[in-house]
Design a protein around this ligand. Sequence first.
Ligand code: DC
Length: 221
Amino acid sequence: MIIAIDGPASSGKGTLARKLALHYGLPHLDTGSLYRAVARRLLKDGADLHDTVMAEDAARSLTEADLSDPRLRDEETGEAASIVSAMPGVRAALLEYQRTFAHQSGGAVLDGRDVGTVICPEADAKLFVTAAAAVRAKRRADELRARGETADDRRILEDIEARDRRDAERAVAPLRPAADAHLLDTSNLSIEAAFEAAKAVIESAVHQSAAERPPDKPAGL
Ligand code: DC
């Protein structure tokens, strides 16, 4: 079973994807970490963040060490990831890895911006997780404070809105829900409530595809 979870920054999609992966015993890929790792390489090398040659080269040669860089979740890395992720060559270089991960035996949970639209249009269940920008900014600020970092609420909201615009307006694989994605607005939901709602969507999608499947083919769950 392949579960695709897309949505904007700090919508709760990562937490939800991890919980669903654990619940269904599936491997999980945070696809944003790939773009973050590319960005981190450029930042570490002091390269221009708009240098497509350097960025594509980094995307083609990512290592485990890049993916476990301790600064992957920093604000600076997230901002830079939003720039490199708009480059068609970077997206193309990371496509095959994501598709292979999704299609491993038994399936997987992937979260990002274009999982349901580009990486796995054939996913068994697709969720588009959203929340009001102000709610996402508050979550981000709380997360930073919990890590002992300082957080400027207004600046965080501005950054989130700018990132939304950049992710949604880029020419290649812009952030948008797949036509067959289920929208899940987590603005007023606890993590547990969002998890229950997501499970209900997934179980109904799986039962529906089981009902449409010829009787000799086994179900995905
Ligand atoms: O979800 P995140 O904050 O870790 O993502 C970092 C950046 O990577 C985000 O600005 C958009 C980009 N991204 C993308 O373009 N496609 C994906 N599938 C995942 C992330």
